[in-house]
Design a protein around this ligand. Structure first.
Ligand code: IPE
Ligand code: IPE
Ligand code: MG
Length: 251
């Protein structure tokens, strides 16, 4: 497509998604919440495939927040099981497509089996050069800043750094995903308009897109719509959803 390099430049580099509304979607169908979480996995697949086709540098998906442990025990354990199953069944496909998978968050609270699966999956895909898929699990934006703070405090304690010399750039280096560009587009589904302790540091300048769609309904067209909104809002010239779609198909 003519001008496709111009489009490429105006696409978001790092998209973060709060995948919300699984429970309400299931309820609207008269099904248990778990049904919504399972259906949500296919929305994840569609989103990753569309983002990869558009050569988006990074996609960060909020899968489980540090506050989600407060949910009923059987829902939490089902989510953990689902996480293990999906990791096992999808990782080869991600690898084949040159995608890189990482899990961000406090992994120490996960059981050994899950921690092992995560390490294996990260290792398998670590040298891939395509889209980076970060799955945020037991993640909290405040936790992220806290762990960076602890690292820096450690350096001060060891006499390697003066507290007064700490800069924003240094904090930015120790929060997660410091090797990636900051988030430029945040998407949240299900009509809620809050951050729910997702990335705080890395979203300081993100454009925020809220859609009424429940996460299990989200698909390639939903992503195109969000990206089109972003390009038209933020950047140098307007474009249509058809143009973004054509770019996706051309890649
Ligand atoms: C998002 O859907 C998935 C997780 C938080 C794991 P919810 O489970 O929050 O669904 P609602 O918000 O209750 O509808
Ligand atoms: C945020 O959704 C976390 C994830 C999508 C994993 P929640 O549904 O847990 O957020 P709140 O509780 O409504 O703010
Ligand atoms: Mg929710």
């Amino acid at each position: 497509m003519q001008n496709s390099h111009i489009f490429n430049d105006s696409l978001p580099k790092h998209i973060a998604i709060i995948m919300d509304g699984n429970g309400r979607w299931a309820k609207s169908k008269g099904k248990p919440r778990v049904f919504g979480h399972k259906k949500g996995v296919s929305a994840v697949r569609k989103t990753i495939s569309a983002a990869a086709k558009l050569n988006i540098q990074a996609v960060t998906l909020f899968a489980f927040s540090s506050e989600n442990w407060r949910r009923p025990e059987d829902e939490v354990s089902l989510l953990m099981e689902l996480f293990i199953t999906v990791l096992s069944s999808e990782i080869k496909k991600l690898h084949k497509n040159n995608l890189r998978l990482r899990v961000i968050g406090d992994k120490s609270r996960f059981n050994d089996r899950l921690q092992k699966k995560i390490t294996e999956a990260e290792k398998m895909t670590e040298n891939n050069t395509g889209t980076v898929i970060n799955v945020a699990a037991n993640y909290g934006g405040k936790w992220d800043i806290l762990q960076a703070t602890k690292t820096l405090a450690g350096l001060v304690e060891q006499g390697e750094l003066l507290a007064d010399d700490i800069t924003e750039e240094m904090i930015g280096r120790y929060v997660t995903m410091s090797d990636l560009p900051d988030v430029d587009l945040l998407i949240r589904t299900s009509g809620e308009c809050r951050i729910s302790n997702f990335m705080l540091w890395q979203m300081a300048y993100a454009e925020m897109y809220f859609t009424e769609e429940y996460w299990p309904e989200f698909n390639e067209d939903s992503l195109i719509k969000a990206i089109t909104w972003f390009v038209n809002r933020e950047r140098r010239f307007g474009c249509t959803g058809e143009q973004v779609k054509a770019l996706m198909e051309a890649n």
